[in-house]
Design a protein around this ligand. Structure first.
Ligand code: GLN
Ligand code: ZN
Length: 753
């Protein structure tokens, strides 16, 4: 039995990758230095995995920026606009594709970046076009294989497979699948070179097998794998994030040598898989969750595995469910968690050692060591720390009507209009205003205890007063307090909620050098105290215009956290929703008339398989409604989402039943509104009229034009005027100018109506 890993976090235990990349980008270090630092990260990773007992070391899992971009470069697939640069600096080419600029070479629009399946990792979308020009350059991968071979003679390169690569790319003016023959020529060259290099096993990742695939895409699998001549290289067809039970008929015909299954993402019938697939295949079982932070109860895994091991013997391999890219690096670094809490956790390094423990238990048929190891994981489930009677009672008492506002939108709208008396085409913003270096510094000082609570409060109040007066001067109709007290929209609430813990170093890569440190939801969630009331009250005391309170929604808090695994996600979402709902109620009791509950992450929480979307969307939208339902009809509930594709989840967006929904649309020229050709959006809508991702100040005509377009889909009585998203990353100068123009655009249009 072999134990192997699908990939190790590439950011380094202390985020070394982030820091060395950013130094290089700022021109503070040389390319040689960066490459040496990256080599060190790889070496440390291999050594760590070896130390913890991993046998087949992954190689090719490292990336300066992203592994999908690595695959493009390996194949020599470079978008047209990057090809004509005069220098041949490969590394800078990589960074220009990823971020539009690099120390050398011209600036160019970066390639798009999008979410890697249902994770919070983003990959660089390959851009393909007709006449796909492939120029394989495997030197980097081969060099890394040689590096890894210095650590072990068992190394297993990782390569994103041709079908998934094609599926995840965008193709301009050409049917994607028509490019497959060309692409396969490239993959063939890679395979041949790997065979020459003496590679025995290749991990070929085909995560799209977790999706439902059309006939054409299924055929692409058959074509690809039948055509590729793998020589002496054995292929481990690797899947993750979903079960592949629905594609077994297809998979069993593919000439590969083994398969890796994610056994934790979805229920999967492993015995059936084993029975169906050829009995020469290696069966690699992903039994350790690669996407959470919890110590595994190895005893129960052992019990499931033992009969399988007896049946499969050497054919059984063990691995994490997916690449450990999605786990934090090393628990040993955490200094501030108490001993009991730490004993519940396992990060990437610890997950590797769990595999070694399992293997030794299985081959010796002795579970003593894993019993000892797993005791805390079992103790966690019954720990008093994770259970809160009151919360559980509230969940138990929930009735269907708790998930709905009392009156229908049309009735609420009439009441709100009387209360708020807003003009036609009301103007507002999405919540945050520019966060200056000063603000971040003060927040950091306060956290370190260098300034007192009172000094901090005074400072925040000063900022709020400033934001309010600026908004009044600009002439906005619905104001916000500016979110100056928040570092991050999930962290802020996470820190104030019971049942959530923050680590010091549990970073995971989000994209490139950007890492996130998701909070850990470990227990029943409740609200200790009011979370936003003080700031909102203060902001409202300064103006006669309505101030819109800002909350983060339950689905987003869930999606951007590590979540306990002893409760269904739906129930955790309900608990968060109750806590947010308590805040809504308290805000209302204190006179707040408008409350925004942001849900930017509803879409990314969707399961990989489309057939599972509906079930998810049902509970996700219900959780949102639960958080909003404490609001009486007179309170206007806003929500915000910052992505523009929601054609396929339109029903769910409507099901949120927010009084006002603001969405990103300016970048797509209101294209998103096409969705409403099919079905009109019934409530108020604020399609963003300018892109906050750029410092450019949009002119009035441009916005009038966009609003005009929006009026084709949304009647003036239900149309709002706002930017695409929060203004946190912008400077004040452009923000002020852009918002002034936005107010002028609204006025110009009102005059025409
Ligand atoms: N209210 C948040 C802000 O303005 C929304 C952020 C988001 O959509 N991701 O910053
Ligand atoms: Zn947004």
């Amino acid at each position: 039995m072999q134990i192997h890993n699908l990939g190790f976090p590439r950011i380094g235990a202390k985020r070394e990758l982030k820091f060395c990349l950013e130094r290089y980008w700022r021109g503070e270090s040389s390319q040689e230095t960066l490459l040496a630092e990256c080599r060190n990260i790889r070496k440390t990773n291999w050594q760590t995995q070896l130390d913890e007992g991993i046998e087949y070391l992954p190689v090719g899992d490292f990336a300066h920026y992203d592994h999908v971009l690595n695959t493009s470069l390996l194949l020599g697939i470079v978008p047209e606009r990057f090809r004509h640069s005069s220098d041949d600096n490969e590394l800078d080419l990589e960074f220009r594709i990823a971020r539009g600029q690099a120390p050398s070479g011209c600036q160019c629009a970066a390639s798009d970046m999008t979410k890697w399946f249902n994770t919070n990792y983003h990959y660089i979308v390959p851009e393909l076009s007709a006449g796909l020009d492939i120029k394989v350059n495997a030197s980097r991968l081969l060099a890394q294989i040689a590096e890894a071979q210095q650590f072990s003679d068992k190394v297993k390169p990782v390569l994103l497979g041709p079908v998934s690569y094609l599926y995840l790319s965008v193709a301009k003016d050409v049917e994607k699948l028509s490019l497959l023959p060309q692409l396969l020529k490239g993959y063939q060259q890679i395979l041949t070179q790997l065979a020459h290099a003496g590679v025995s096993w290749l991990q070929i990742d085909e995560p799209v097998l977790g999706l439902e695939l059309s006939q054409e895409w299924q055929q692409a699998f058959t074509t690809s794998y039948q055509q590729l001549d793998k020589g002496a290289v054995k292929l481990l067809l690797t899947t993750y994030f979903a079960s592949i039970d629905h594609h077994l008929k297809l998979i069993k015909t593919l000439p590969v040598d083994g398969i890796h299954l994610d056994t934790v993402a979805e229920q999967t019938d492993v015995m059936n898989v084993i029975d169906t697939l050829p009995d020469s295949w290696v069966i690699s079982l992903g039994v350790i969750n690669g996407r959470n932070v919890w110590k595994t109860d190895l005893v129960s895994v052992y019990q499931t595995l033992l009969p399988l091991y007896r049946h499969l013997g050497e054919r059984l391999w063990l691995a994490p469910s997916c690449s450990l890219l999605h786990s934090p690096v090393d628990l040993a670094q955490e200094q501030k968690l108490d001993a009991e809490f730490s004993s519940w956790l396992a990060f990437a390094r610890q997950k590797c050692s769990e595999l070694a423990l399992l293997k030794s238990a299985l081959i010796n048929e002795n579970s003593d060591a894993i019993t000892l190891y797993s005791a805390p994981a079992i103790a966690r489930r019954v720990s008093e720390r994770i259970h809160n009677q009151t919360v559980q009672q509230r969940i138990g008492l929930l009735k269907p009507e708790d998930f709905h506002r009392k009156q229908a939108f049309s009735e609420r709208k009439a009441i709100q209009q009387r209360e708020l008396n807003l003009p036609l085409l009301p103007t507002t913003t999405i919540g945050s205003f520019p966060q200056t270096g000063k603000i971040r510094e003060i927040r950091a000082k306060w956290r370190r205890g260098e300034i007192s609570d009172q000094q901090y409060q005074e400072y925040i109040r000063g900022e709020i007063a400033d934001v309010i007066s600026k908004q009044e001067a600009i002439g906005l109709d619905v104001l916000v307090h500016g979110e100056v007290e928040r570092n991050d929209m999930v962290e802020y609430f996470g820190e104030l909620l019971e049942g959530v813990v923050f680590t010091q170093f549990a970073w995971v890569q989000s994209y490139g050098s950007r890492c996130v440190k998701p909070p850990i939801i470990f227990g029943d969630i409740s609200r200790k105290q009011a979370m936003t009331l003080e700031w909102i009250n203060y902001a409202q005391s300064l103006t006669d215009k309505p101030v819109k309170a800002m909350l983060t929604g339950p689905v987003t808090i869930l999606a951007w956290s590590f979540v306990r695994d002893d409760l269904p996600r739906q129930q955790v979402a309900e608990q968060i929703a109750l806590a947010i709902g308590d805040e809504v109620a308290e805000l209302v009791a204190n006179g707040t008339q408008i409350i925004q509950i942001d849900e930017p992450a509803i879409r990314e929480g969707m399961p990989v398989k489309q057939s599972l979307w509906q079930e998810y969307l049902d509970w996700a939208t219900a959780a949102f409604r639960l958080s909003a339902a404490t609001a009486p009809s007179a309170t206007q509930i806003h929500s915000h989402m910052c992505y523009s594709e929601f054609n396929d989840i339109l029903e769910a967006i409507i099901a949120l039943d927010a009084d006002v929904l603001t969405v990103e649309t300016s970048r797509s020229n209101m294209a998103l509104l096409d969705a409403f050709e099919q079905q009109a959006y019934p409530n108020d809508l604020g399609p963003g009229v300018y892109d906050i991702h750029s410092p450019n100040v949009p002119d009035v005509d441009w916005m009038v034009n966009l609003l005009d377009k929006a009026l084709d889909y949304v009647p003036a009585q239900r149309l709002w005027v706002n930017p695409d998203c929060g203004l946190k990353t912008r400077g004040w100068q452009e923000t002020k100018a852009a918002l002034e123009n936005m107010v002028l655009a609204a006025k110009a249009l009102r005059a025409k109506l």
